[in-house]
Ligand binder design. Sequence first.
Ligand SMILES: Cc1cc2nc3c(=O)[nH]c(=O)nc-3n(C[C@H](O)[C@H](O)[C@H](O)COP(=O)(O)OP(=O)(O)OC[C@H]3O[C@@H](n4cnc5c(N)ncnc54)[C@H](O)[C@@H]3O)c2cc1C
Length: 320
Amino acid sequence: MSILVYAESAADGHFKKAALEAVSYAKSIADKAGDTVTAVAINATESSDALYKYGANKVLKITNDALKNFSPNAYAKVLNELKDGDTIVLPATNDASSFAPLLALKSSSTLVTNLIAAPSNVSPFTAERKAFSGKGIETIEVTEGAKVLTVLQNAFGLKENPVSGSEEAVNVSVSEADAKEKVTQVQQASSDKIDLKEAEIVVSGGRGMKGPENWGMIEELAKLLGAATASSKPVADIGWRPHSEHVGQTGKAISPKLYIAIGISGAIQHLAGVNSSKTIVVINSDAEAPFFKSADYGIVGDAFEVVPKLIEEVKKYKGV
Ligand SMILES: Cc1cc2nc3c(=O)[nH]c(=O)nc-3n(C[C@H](O)[C@H](O)[C@H](O)COP(=O)(O)OP(=O)(O)OC[C@H]3O[C@@H](n4cnc5c(N)ncnc54)[C@H](O)[C@@H]3O)c2cc1C
């Protein structure tokens, strides 16, 4: 038997980092269960070597025009058709999370989302997941039957586990009629931007930044650190920043290694999207700002004084 894993690729045909993390996670289950890992690559152009590196024994390559535009129904149908065991692993990306419930329904499986650690046991399947919008960690147990699992980005991480894998081109019985609803257009804000959901470091600004004209320093700090930029909801609502950057309960949920919050109060709705971050740094002029309670490091100070100094120090450190 084999653990099936969806190796999601980006619009440029390259595997997403989240896909490689999902392969790593599938490998951790396979090693414990004595199974192999089979990855499904849909319309990907990158070599399968990237998947072998993280433990995929076999890669099923699908090239099909009906799957060119993402469709939850069609993708769920394909994965259900290809499963060869009782476990399917998906990255917790927006696309995969949108079809995971449908896939669980089609395959009569239990759905477990946002897993963060390798299972402590595979029978019954026992593992930790993020719960309550990231505020808690829950240990779940699937006592019987098949399961569909999603793996939270930047949580379990990438684990190199090279195997000499093989590739197989497969045909699937999917047509345009299966794409009951599909994505017809994707607007890329900027191709050189780091994907916010995948970023290991995120620099984020709130209303304390006073206006969009002051975002230069957020962007400069982000560029120096190789980080993505984010914002609080009001900032996106006012139009200072695009909504694609808005994090929180009603925006994107992220879990970077480092989250730097500048001029953000730390409302519960904001925290819901960022409190899975490994390390949180808060810069706020108000010592009573609620965000400091969730911070690993806090700087009480004016962002317009602190951030330029931070940029200066990072530049010195990096010798640029
Ligand atoms: C149903 C619902 C859903 C919501 N979903 C979200 C969500 O997904 N994401 C989200 O972010 N919010 C969300 N909100 C809004 C949330 O409640 C807060 O209103 C919002 O997060 C506040 O944004 P802010 O921290 O940028 O602004 P403010 O609350 O105005 O805070 C600005 C902060 O900047 C500090 N500051 C001011 N000047 C400076 C300076 N010069 N230097 C340093 N610090 C300074 C202030 O001390 C203050 O703490 C939601 C609200 C509701 C009701």
